[in-house]
Design a protein around this ligand. Structure first.
Ligand code: FAQ
Length: 342
């Protein structure tokens, strides 16, 4: 990621390095047509677009939107589970949870780096989050009421995240695709630890089993909504798929997730809270009930149970970390002077 981050277009307003000029230095109409044709051919051939390549502005903008929102989700997503680090039931569970939450921070950082290769700084991305211009996943606006919620986040939320992210390993934009490969490996560990933690509780007391079932009841529907609106109401899908950013549609991923999760729920011994959930022999897939899309849009619009708290916590932590950023900048400036003098 670091080498990719160095190989990025300069910030807005700064001169382009020479190697970019032939590709993007005020091309005339004929040059633009040729650049577009080259880009389209690469997409059609399932090639990778790299930061130094010419790309249509709309492609760049879509990637910055999706990658920055993905990064914000990883960072804000640390909060619901982070809330339980000091209350984990054993040293072993605490160590696992600490490692998992730190992994999410790492994912956020890879993703901000991938976003920066498109010419938008991390500062700009964070500012857009704070101003409410950039979204983050709806799922992180729900509270973690009991220890079982931590296991359910691992099993279902990380499970859904993997289902969505594995196809992004083949995304047409190289830095995003490569970041996803490592992220998916780590998410896979997260999913397994969540399942294992729930399994331990299911083998415990009646009260523990009830706690797991209650958490599954509360998280199941918001997890299904995580995949985004139905394909018919997904304004970004068609173009995202044409560009090879999205490989599978929101509904296809949701269906795959339901089909993969039903047998896991059986092994665990929990009931998925959907009376309409049943195997459809004709479709060779599970039918399932209607998602509450009004609730989803309320949460996406900032009115979920924890939206205000999540954003306020992020803003506070960002302000408290200002001295670290200032110290890093001062050190970098000093090193630059030292290197010049050497
Ligand atoms: N929440 O036209 P589409 C994780 C928005 S990481 C909020 O279908 P698109 C790891 C969407 O942005 C979880 N907003 O959009 C972890 C768009 O609004 P915009 C995050 C949503 O981009 C685990 C509008 O609705 N993963 O969990 C949501 O083609 C445990 C219309 O939607 C990613 O970000 C939503 N759920 O498809 C961390 C994966 N869904 O931007 C900690 C990468 C849709 O036009 C603990 N992203 N919207 O204003 C994607 O795959 C896509 O961006 C989708 C949405 C599928 C999320």
């Amino acid at each position: 990621m670091y080498t990719q981050a160095m190989d990025m277009p300069p910030p807005a307003g700064e001169a382009l390095p020479k190697r970019h000029l032939s590709a993007v230095g005020s091309p005339d109409a004929a040059q633009l047509t040729a650049l577009q044709a080259k880009f389209d051919a690469k997409i059609d051939a399932d090639g990778r677009i790299e930061p130094q390549d010419w790309m249509p502005e709309a492609y760049r903008k879509t990637l910055v939107r999706q990658i920055s929102q993905h990064a914000h989700s990883e960072i804000i997503g640390m909060q619901p589970e982070g809330n339980w680090i000091s209350r984990a039931p054993s040293l072993k569970r605490k160590a696992i949870l600490l490692a998992k939450v730190q992994d999410e921070a790492g994912h956020g950082l890879y993703l901000y780096s991938a976003g920066e290769t498109l010419g938008t700084s991390r500062e700009e991305m964070v500012q857009a989050l704070h101003e409410g211009k950039a979204k983050y996943s709806s799922i992180f606006n729900y509270p973690t009421l009991t220890w079982a919620d931590v296991g359910v986040i691992g099993w279902l939320v990380d499970g859904a995240a993997i289902m969505n992210q594995v196809p992004i390993c083949r995304c047409s934009y190289g830095p995003y695709a490569r970041a996803m490969i490592r992220v998916c490996k780590e998410e896979s560990f997260h999913q397994r630890q969540g399942f294992e933690s729930l399994m331990a509780m299911m083998k415990g007391t009646t009260a523990q089993r009830e706690m797991v079932q209650d958490a599954v009841n509360r998280w199941w529907w918001p997890v299904l909504a995580m995949f985004g609106p139905p394909d018919a109401n997904s304004p970004n899908s068609a173009q995202g798929m044409r560009w090879g950013i999205k490989r599978l549609s929101n509904d296809e991923l949701r269906q795959r997730f339901v089909d993969a999760t039903v047998p896991q729920a059986k092994v665990l011994g929990v009931t998925l809270p959907d009376p309409d959930l049943k195997w459809n022999d004709t479709r060779q897939a599970h039918d399932f009930g209607e998602i509450d899309w009004d609730e989803f849009w309320q949460v996406v619009g900032g009115n979920g149970p924890c939206n205000a708290e999540r954003l306020a916590t992020h803003k506070k932590a960002h302000a408290q970390g200002a001295w670290v950023r200032e110290a890093a900048e001062a050190y970098a400036a000093k090193r630059a002077v030292d290197l010049k003098a050497a």
